[in-house]
Write a protein that binds this ligand. Structure first.
Ligand SMILES: Nc1ncnc2c1ncn2[C@@H]1O[C@H](COP(=O)(O)OP(=O)(O)O)[C@@H](O)[C@H]1O
Ligand SMILES: O=P(O)(O)O[C@H]1O[C@H](CO)[C@@H](O[C@H]2O[C@H](CO)[C@@H](O)[C@H](O)[C@H]2O)[C@H](O)[C@H]1O
Length: 483
């Protein structure tokens, strides 16, 4: 990430009064955003990490790039580490008044401070600010602490019409002329982000299953106490847009609704997953997990279960049964079995797989589980973790319709159950064709990872989509009862 900047370094806008004037509006607006990670806890205040003007706010249309910390009371599981508050990337448009087409983007009207009397809004809905970002990436701009870089081997045309992706996301994405897609990370953390790191590695390895990053955006934040030290945050990644693609989730639901077989696609997905795993194992170090490392892994699973059961009472009755999956893994490790660990996707599910109109599968979104610390997400892990994620996803698809709002989801009709079983078997068979090893030959690790994932999903759904909670709860019931 060290290509030379072609633009002069400008000074960042360091105006605490700016944030003070936006504070009441952000307090109301931020918690309503799908990508806000701190749902369920009030925002008690903000602090400014950095502010940069991408378009002068004194003009008709201003564009502010802000990194702000949202302060919230810590959850018991977070303890003191949460005291700093999560850091969010915001792109704020500033106008006298909003044209009607931008009404859904409104954040509010500023009453005092440097922007008094002006209207602020979510700038990504507006083509002009979106264009500014693409131009900055194209020209490798450096604006204050923001650094825009690109892979010089990929041509990025200017003037591509932007549109904001409106599907449910943990971040925000802009599509430019159906040629590129820019993902802007929302909750940002310092350090190497696997969503940029792994696709770049895979591109270097010549793996065609992952769109290769064409450009990226970072922020170098100096330490206020020690200006010589600082941290880099990855803020966004531009990659080729897979035109006309359907994601695996949509495709699976469509197939289910029409009673169509998904086995062929599941098998191709298994092959694609194994291709990515093989390339990652070539590109980055692998390691052997023995007794001690597996104990730590099992300990992590057990702790996550305890924390999830604490937060979601409906999980509690299943906890003892679920723990047997983790104990069985610990027993195998104690008997001397070892496992190979490598870099993996970390949050693989049907929605992270895109099928092109010609039938080629690509995997996207290598960020890992966003709620986990970066260091943990970047650790080598047994590749079965991703396999388990996909197996959970087939189960999700089978149980998502009809969904209930209380209790576990009803058992799917026999044909739907059979659909999920066929997908599981086909996915594992496809994986084995490329990797040379069938995931089903390691049932204890697979069950432990499926259990861990289902527990994660219970917490995820309780926080983000409570009406989906019955779906992972049904799996939890099954996994807790299985030997
Ligand atoms: N390279 C791509 N080509 C086409 N569509 C993409 C591409 N990357 C992402 N998308 C679309 O954008 C959505 C969000 O991308 P994703 O990386 O999963 O973001 P998030 O982490 O916010 O969930 C995906 O579900 C997919 O529909
Ligand atoms: O795609 P993200 O990185 O934002 O992942 C998060 O959100 C996913 C839901 O959008 C969630 O996935 C869960 O629901 C899917 C159906 O919507 C299902 O296919 C997955 O198997 C299930 O885990 C994912 O867990 C979460 O991290």
């Amino acid at each position: 990430m060290s290509e030379a900047a072609t633009h002069p370094v400008t000074e960042p806008v360091a105006r605490p009064e700016l944030l003070a004037s936006l504070d009441p509006l952000l307090r109301e607006w931020l918690p309503r955003q799908r990508w806000f990670a701190g749902k369920g806890r009030p925002v008690t205040g903000f602090s400014l990490v950095t502010a940069n003007e991408l378009l002068p706010t004194s003009g008709q249309l201003g564009l502010l790039h802000l990194l702000v910390r949202a302060h919230q009371p810590a959850t018991p599981a977070q303890g003191a580490t949460a005291q700093q508050g999560d850091c969010y990337q915001l792109l704020i448009g500033v106008r006298e008044a909003l044209p009607p087409r931008l009404a859904p983007a409104l954040i509010g009207h500023v009453e005092e401070g440097p922007l008094a009397g002006r209207t602020v809004y979510e700038a990504l809905h507006d083509p002009r600010p979106a264009d500014v970002l693409l131009e900055a990436l194209r020209s490798r701009a450096r604006i204050g602490e923001l650094r825009f870089e690109r892979d010089h081997r990929q041509r990025i045309r200017g003037g591509l019409a932007p549109r904001l992706v409106t599907s449910e996301q943990s971040n925000s994405s802009l599509v430019y002329g159906d040629t590129f897609i820019l993902k802007l990370l929302r909750r940002i953390v310092p350090g190497v982000n696997p969503d940029l790191e792994l696709p770049r590695m895979l591109a270097r390895e010549g793996c065609p299953r992952v769109p290769a990053p064409a450009a990226w955006m970072t922020a170098d934040i100096r330490d206020a106490q020690n200006p010589a030290a600082g941290e880099t945050y990855v803020l966004g990644v531009l990659q080729p847009f897979v035109r006309g693609a359907t994601d695996g989730w949509e495709l699976a639901l469509h197939g289910l609704a029409k009673g169509e077989d998904f086995g062929g696609e599941a098998r191709a997905l298994g092959r694609a997953t194994a291709e990515v795993h093989t390339a990652l194992a070539r590109a980055l170090p692998t390691t052997t997990l023995g007794h001690v490392q597996m104990e730590l892994l099992v300990e992590g699973m057990t702790e996550r279960l305890a924390a999830a059961a604490q937060a979601v009472p409906a999980l509690r009755p299943y906890a003892p049964g679920l723990r047997t999956a983790f104990d069985a893994l610990a027993d195998l490790a104690a008997e001397g079995q070892t496992w190979t660990a490598q870099r993996v996707h970390g949050d693989l599910h049907l929605g992270q797989c895109l099928r092109s109109p010609t039938g080629e599968w690509s995997l996207i979104d290598f960020e890992g589980e966003p709620s986990k610390p970066l260091a943990e997400r970047r650790m080598p892990q047994p590749p079965l973790r991703d396999v388990a994620g996909m197996l959970r996803s087939f189960d999700y698809a089978a149980r998502s319709n009809p969904r209930t709002t209380t209790g576990p989801a009803p058992a799917p009709a026999p044909a739907v159950s059979e659909w999920a079983d066929t997908c599981r078997a086909a996915y594992c068979a496809g994986y084995a064709e490329v990797a040379g090893r069938d995931p089903r030959t390691d049932p204890v690790l697979l069950r432990a990872y499926e259990t861990d994932k289902a527990v994660y999903e219970v917490l995820y759904e309780a926080r983000h989509r409570p009406d989906w909670l019955p779906v992972p709860l049904a799996a939890v019931g099954r996994l807790a009862a299985s030997p």
